[in-house]
Design a binder for this molecule. Structure first.
Ligand code: ATP
Length: 925
């Protein structure tokens, strides 16, 4: 169909034209057929680097090219064996590098796929969440505030629906959408009010539309290059390491040149020295570092996924380890978001509600006796408002396409499934307990309009018509709702809401809140025919207050432990909630968030404060209640001004700015809107606070692992260079021939370093304070460890070389001993790198990968010493017992001497770092 026509059609014609059904949508089979015909609903992606290019890139490095050149020359000069062996090693190294990089790229790609968007559609008569890429023309899509429009949709229904279309039109003010046909042609994108465009954001309201175009056919597809700049894929650490890499290359080349010059001056043949020098430079440059960092990050991120935290922006992995404050929503993150109404209040009477979960069985008791709904008009009204002003549905398994579990009792909790907002679900269950069900009301009342809930107003209303006229039913936060009420239902009569009656209602609400209940107020109003109903301001006034419903929302079980872990890890937890202050305080105290003497603030107090005043109290404030989303931004900023690294959760559209500004923006995977997810750097797939703590732990672990292999690689390289450098300075013969140098590099660098990248974290990882966000990678004595261990490795290797040379007078034997010592010293040292203290601190066999890597390195080295043809190539001789004794003593010294030293009391090992609970660490530069 001509695409210009869509906006002119009415709903029925549209559905017909697209061969769909407004109520039941497409069938799965038809959707599959259309998917095959139209293709996936995706915008074309940029090109990927083909693997062969990635492989060839391994040889682009300048020093490797020089080495290849040098080898070719030696080949031309007749040294065929040497040249072939060196080339083989270069290729092997390239393969290893390729595997590392390929793996890194694959992991990054699979991470991206995980955060792919979904869409809510009606198919086969049921509402389903499907990957947005599977949408086809004719699909019926449901839109809610915070969704990203998943394809081009012609709207069939729109209720206060606004979308932000700046990506398409440049207009940043949200536009109101409607379902009405537009009888005009030649309209621009911005004027097509009945079309929802792919990629735009729903900022308010709800709607339903039918897909008219997908993928590259959409308006967004036409300008695909404009959207979504590539996510930042490099972390600050990676960037700093890239700079460090350049410095290291310069240093390695500088030292190599000195080695070569010294060698030549002391009478070594120039050609030999040149080849040795180039080999040394290739060995000393930690070319694998960037790939191993990426792998450590990507594998760590995959571990996080297993722990239900999805990282959207790689740099946040690093920031996670620096977090000093977590600001968390309450409902659903700290609590279970499984609400059950347990108490009611109406007209001065308090009623208790029995029953658990979503099973609609229970009683309403007044002073221990069941309430009589027939004679209790106030209670009837309360339940009526609760059920009408509600979008949740309670369904039994087996109905509405839900699977029914066999062999269980009909009333088992899992038989009942609540669809929708749990707060509303609790009210539906309450009403159903007394027989007021949605179906019993459906015949009597017809919903005309909804004024959706938003976290600013903290209430929602519906306009319903019945035989006698129209009524507005409203429910929301009692303190704010009461301001819109002029009357109250008291003893069955509607009377003015006098200050003393208000006082009573407010006290009742506070009492409920103090017992950690979430409290909702309920109100209604009969409308006259002439009353306007355009906006919520028109209807939400002069209301009649009916009563209160208090619901429990138990804390999540694992949260208590997670908060205690945070405290030990020097991370402060702050609760930010839209709920009442007393409810929030009660739950915060239960969870150990609010310490004695800790402050709580509410939205109004926050509003009245200047930034300077907020800065003064922000350190002691643990609970922010009744806040609106924009307050979150102020809280983030205030904490950041105090030097904190802030993790902030959010789920709604309006939370996006705060999530974006936070150092780590966290969105909810289940309840979060697309807008919040896109602003976030971390998504919790289970909406659980404990998952944030798990992610922080992983973040810290990943960073420490990166430090571990940097320490290992650099100390090894220092050792290699020093061995050669000192030998040349003291006018000794070459301690290692070029091919041995390259072999040491191959055997020791790749696998052991990768295995360190997946090392288990040290046990006290979460008992350390967060590291400073600008801390150098070499901080906490890492630089010292690299230099001291590297120096010792160099000295010991050279020592073993000189001793053997002196005692045997056999240069090849001495070189073989030096070769074995250098390899063994590194393979022993790699275990030392696992601990920030000493090798004695950890179980050597704990990291299976490392043990395997070391064994395979040994398996690569031993044949070189004992297989005859290889001996010829590698210029080695078989070592005997005495040689090996020397090798082991020399190779063990760097690790064990330093290890014993630190156990006996070097300042770094004994002094435990001070844990500063809740405070930021001074920023070190
Ligand atoms: P958070 O998730 O940030 O911890 P919250 O979920 O309690 O907080 P909101 O969802 O913004 O915060 O709710 C704030 C208040 O609005 C609630 O305390 C309740 O009184 C009221 N409220 C919540 N949901 C609804 C709803 N569906 N209809 C009417 N009022 C609601």
């Amino acid at each position: 169909m001509e695409q210009k026509m869509w906006h002119r059609l009415g709903p029925r014609e549209l559905v017909e034209a697209l061969g769909s059904d407004a109520a039941s949508g497409l069938s799965a089979a038809e959707a599959a057929r259309r998917l095959a015909e139209h293709g996936r609903n995706e915008l074309a992606e940029g090109r990927r680097t083909p693997p062969i290019v990635l492989f060839l890139n391994q040889f682009k490095d300048f020093m490797v090219l020089v080495l290849i050149g040098a080898t070719l020359i030696s080949g031309l000069l007749g040294e065929y064996m040497d040249a072939a062996a060196i080339l083989a090693i270069i290729v092997l190294n390239g393969v290893l590098g390729f595997i590392q990089e390929y793996r890194a790229e694959q992991s990054l790609r699979s991470l991206k796929a995980l955060s792919a968007p979904t869409a809510r559609v009606v198919r086969d008569g049921t509402v389903q969440d499907i990957p947005a890429a599977n949408l086809v023309p004719g699909d019926i899509v449901i839109l809610e505030s915070g969704d990203r429009v998943p394809a081009d949709l012609r709207l069939l229904e729109a209720s206060s629906l606004y979308t932000e279309e700046s990506a398409l039109t440049g207009e940043s003010v949200p536009v109101e959408k409607s379902a009405r046909p537009i009888d005009e042609d030649g309209l621009g994108t911005g004027d097509l009010k009945n079309i929802g465009f792919m990629g735009t954001m729903v900022t308010r309201g709800t709607g339903r539309g039918i897909v008219i175009r997908t993928g590259m056919q959409t308006e967004m597809g036409k300008i695909a290059h404009m959207i979504e700049q590539a996510e930042e894929a490099e972390t600050p650490l990676q960037r700093r390491l890239a700079q460090l890499g350049k410095v290291l290359i310069a240093v390695a080349i500088g030292l190599t040149v000195m080695v070569v010059i010294a060698g030549i001056l002391h009478g070594q043949p120039a050609y030999d020295m040149f080849l040795a020098g180039v080999s040394l430079a290739v060995a000393a440059i930690p070319e694998g570092l960037p790939a191993i960092v990426t792998i450590a990050l990507a594998l760590g991120v995959q571990r996080m996924i297993r722990r239900r935290a999805i990282v959207r922006k790689l740099p946040s992995v690093e920031t996670l380890g620096c977090a000093t404050v977590i600001c968390s929503d309450k409902t659903g993150t700290l609590t279970q978001n499984k609400m059950t109404v347990t108490r009611l209040w109406t007209g001065g009477r308090t009623l208790e509600v029995t029953g658990e979960g979503y099973v609609p069985r229970g009683e309403v008791l007044e002073n221990g006796a069941p309430a009589d709904l027939k004679r209790d008009a106030a209670l009837r009204r309360l339940l009526q408002v609760a059920a009408l002003c509600n979008n949740a549905r309670l369904v039994r398994a087996g109905e509405d396409g839900q699977p029914r579990r066999a062999g269980r009792q009909a009333e088992a909790a899992e038989e009942w499934i609540m669809q929708g907002d749990p707060t509303e679900g609790a009210l539906i269950v309450l009403a159903a307990k007394l027989g007021v069900t949605v179906s019993s009301l459906e015949g009597l009342y017809r919903r005309e309009k909804e004024y959706p809930f938003d976290s600013e107003r903290k209430r929602m209303s519906v306009l319903v018509s019945h035989q006698g006229g129209r009524i507005v039913c409203t429910k929301g936060a009692p303190d704010l709702l009461m301001e819109q009420c002029a009357y109250v239902l008291w003893d069955g009569n509607v009377v003015p809401f006098t200050p003393s009656l208000r006082q009573k209602a407010a006290e009742a609400a506070e009492k409920m809140a103090e017992s950690a209940l979430r409290v909702l107020g309920l109100a209604y109003r009969d409308l006259r025919p002439q009353d306007p109903t355009d906006s919520e301001a028109d209807v939400e006034k002069q209301l009649i207050f009916v009563g209160l419903a208090g619901m429990i929302d138990p804390p999540r079980r694992e949260v208590l432990g997670a908060i205690a872990t945070c405290r030990q890890a020097g991370i402060k937890t702050v609760m930010i909630t839209g709920d009442h202050r007393l409810t929030a305080e009660a739950i915060a105290s239960q969870l150990g968030i609010l310490p004695r003497g800790g402050r709580s603030l509410d939205g109004r107090q926050l509003e009245a404060m200047t930034d300077a005043q907020l800065d003064r109290v922000v350190e002691d404030t643990y609970v922010y209640a009744r806040v609106a989303p924009e307050h979150k931004l102020r809280i983030v900023k205030a904490l950041q001004r105090k030097g904190h690294v802030v993790a902030m959760t959010g789920d709604g559209v309006n939370d996006a700015p705060a999530i974006k500004s936070a150092d780590i923006g966290i969105a909810m995977g289940i309840t979060g809107t697309d807008v919040s997810k896109e602003a976030s750097s971390l998504v919790l797939s289970d909406d659980n606070f404990a998952t944030i703590v798990a992610a922080i732990e992983e973040g810290r672990g990943i960073y420490e692992n990166i430090r571990k292999f940097i320490r290992y690689l650099l100390a090894s390289n220092v050792g290699e260079i020093l061995t050669m450098f000192l030998a040349m300075m003291f006018a000794l013969p070459l301690p290692l021939v070029p091919i041995q140098i390259l072999w040491v590099n191959l055997v020791t660098d790749g696998l052991p370093a990768m295995a360190l990248g997946v090392d288990q974290p040290e046990k006290d990882l979460m008992r350390q304070p967060p590291r400073g966000s600008r801390e150098s990678i070499f901080a906490r004595r890492l630089g010292w460890k690299i230099i001291s261990r590297g120096l010792l490795i160099g000295l010991c290797t050279l020592g073993a070389f000189v001793l053997t040379l002196r005692s045997s007078g056999d240069l090849q034997r001495a070189q073989t001993v030096a070769f074995a010592t250098l390899v063994m010293a590194q393979l022993i040292h790699v275990f030392d790198c696992r601990s920030s203290r000493s090798i004695f601190h950890r179980n050597l066999l704990e990291n299976r990968w490392l043990v395997l890597a070391v064994l395979s390195s040994l398996a690569l080295m031993i044949p070189v010493l004992y297989v005859e043809p290889l001996q010829a190539i590698f210029k080695t001789v078989p070592l005997g017992f005495r040689d090996w004794s020397l090798v082991f003593v020399a190779a063990g010294i760097p690790t064990f001497v330093m290890g014993i030293g630190s156990v006996l009391g070097s300042p770094g090992s004994r002094k435990r770092r001070r844990i500063t609970y809740g405070g930021p660490r001074p920023v070190s530069s």
